[in-house]
Design a protein around this ligand. Structure first.
Ligand code: FES
Ligand code: FES
Length: 210
């Protein structure tokens, strides 16, 4: 065997070894790709929405927002970002506001949930809904259900004396100031920029001046 033969052999050996290694690697990868998808688990959950009790059997990964919109067909709560950034999905749970896109429905066993549909209706508006209409607190309206649910909760927080980042004195009752309202509403984004009118609506409902 001359030097050239030795080079040929080692090249052939190298190719065979490489092909063998690639095949060995390919087997587990293909095996993993062909594995049967894990079965989704479901769970029963019961909660009250707008005064009506619901019993649902849900995929445990279902968010509260999707349970409301897709299973109960309450489409007032909107899906904006679906990741806790915009506030369009805000609903009240036991009187407190949450981003329903960030909460799993099965975590709400026994809870009392209020959506925009439960606050009022066209023939009997909630005072905050009426104030939004009066002060033009919206343009396209996409963020509005979340804004109104948040606004209702904010006035209740202030009334209960819960301070915010904008409160100068954490032990005193928070002021009904524009700074307080803006800080507390900062998680609700309005692409149409109706912020000034939203503050005016909230101020009127609170019976004060902002
Ligand atoms: Fe929930 Fe944007 S959709 S915060
Ligand atoms: Fe259009 Fe707020 S009214 S996003």
């Amino acid at each position: 065997m001359d030097d050239n033969d030795s080079v040929k052999v080692s090249r052939r050996g190298f190719m065979a070894t490489s092909a063998g290694t690639a095949a060995a690697l390919a087997v587990p990868l293909n095996g993993a790709a062909q594995a049967a998808p894990e079965a989704a688990s479901s769970s029963a959950v019961s909660f009250e929405v707008n005064g009506k009790r619901h019993q649902l059997q849900l995929d445990t990964r279902t968010t509260l927002l999707d349970a409301l919109r897709e299973h109960l067909h309450l489409t007032g709560s909107k899906k904006g970002c679906d990741q806790g950034q915009c506030g369009a999905c805000t609903v009240l749970v036991n009187g407190r506001r949450i981003n329903s896109c960030l909460s799993l429905a099965v975590m709400h066993e026994g809870d009392r949930i209020t959506t925009i549909e439960g606050l009022g209706n066209p023939s009997k508006l909630h005072p905050m809904q009426a104030a939004f209409v009066k002060h033009d607190g919206y343009q396209c309206g996409y963020c509005t259900p979340g804004q109104i649910c948040s606004a209702v909760a904010v006035l209740s927080e202030i009334k209960s004396g819960i301070p915010s980042h904008a409160s100068a004195d954490l032990t005193a009752r928070p002021l009904l100031s524009s700074a307080e309202l803006r800080e507390r509403m900062s998680g609700n984004i309005c692409r149409c920029g109706a912020y000034l009118n939203i503050i005016a609506a909230m101020t009127e409902v609170a019976g004060g001046k902002a």
